[in-house]
Design a protein around this ligand. Structure first.
Ligand SMILES: *[C@@H]1O[C@H](CO)[C@@H](O)[C@H](O)[C@H]1NC(C)=O
Ligand SMILES: *[C@@H]1O[C@H](CO)[C@@H](O)[C@H](O)[C@H]1NC(C)=O
Length: 231
């Protein structure tokens, strides 16, 4: 081997090595995040940005302020795909724009695959018993709920299998005062339900989990389990 080709080989090997372990960026999440205007929303999310199954998809929780998010990819609308490292678990998901403090950048290893990214697009990957078929409902109140006596939690999922979870991040507002409740879907283990409600303390419609047992008697006997939706 000539000296030149030896140098070239060394260079190629080190570039491969660097590419192989290349870090992605991790940031701390912030509060008072604007709801995504790219999805036609307006208003503010006081606790932190929504996490979702895709751009403008189903809300899967809240990236509460002071937690971490590892950015795998960012699309042209500012939505991020990556790992949310929350209070009681961490998993691959999407995050609405403007949810992170860009001054807190650190380098971490990539840990969310494009396979998981694609799998998430099908709502059957994380939920069941939806209020509507795919691309219907979209935040309207299809199944009204009285949330009196229910506890609310910003998060439930714990890992990227989305098979089960545990309640995390109890909502800090009074559940006794919320109105205009609406049901969206339940988790695959049947324990938690994602709901929307108007929160007068914040003057905002927010999405969060309540125990399904608290609202079960108000749900219709037939809910929607159509799937097969892609990104
Ligand atoms: C963002 O992080 C920097 C560095 O830690 C900090 O000084 C600043 O206050 C943070 N800003 C917000 C809005 O949290
Ligand atoms: C909601 O349920 C509670 C408890 O059953 C009841 O007192 C209240 O009147 C209900 N609210 C509405 C708007 O129906």
């Amino acid at each position: 081997m000539t000296r030149i080709s030896a140098l070239l080989a060394t260079f190629l090997l080190s570039s491969t090595y660097i590419l192989g372990v290349a870090g992605i960026n991790e940031y701390l999440t912030v509060s008072n995040v604007p709801k995504p205007s790219t999805c036609g929303n307006s208003g503010v999310l006081p606790a932190g940005g929504w996490i979702a199954n895709k751009r403008c998809g189903y809300v899967m929780g809240t990236a509460v302020s002071g937690q971490r998010f590892d950015v795998e990819a960012t699309d042209s609308s500012g939505y991020h795909y990556g790992r949310y490292r929350g209070t009681g678990g961490n998993f691959c998901t999407f995050l609405v724009p403007s949810s992170m403090n860009l001054s807190t950048k650190t380098s971490v290893s990539s840990s969310c695959s494009s396979t998981t990214q694609s799998a998430l697009c099908n709502r059957q990957h994380f939920g069941k018993d939806f209020d509507s078929p795919p691309h219907q409902g979209d935040g309207a109140i299809v199944i009204p709920l009285n949330l009196s006596g229910c506890s609310g939690f910003y998060n439930y999922f714990i890992d990227s299998t989305f098979q089960t979870g545990k309640y995390q991040d109890p909502v800090p507002f009074s559940m006794a005062t919320v109105s205009s409740g609406g049901y969206r879907y339940s988790t695959l283990d049947g324990q938690a339900s994602m709901i929307r409600a108007t929160v007068p303390e914040y003057g905002q419609v927010l999405w969060f989990f309540v125990p399904r047992s608290c609202i079960a008697s108000q749900l219709p006997s037939v809910l929607n389990n159509d799937g097969g939706d892609g990104c």
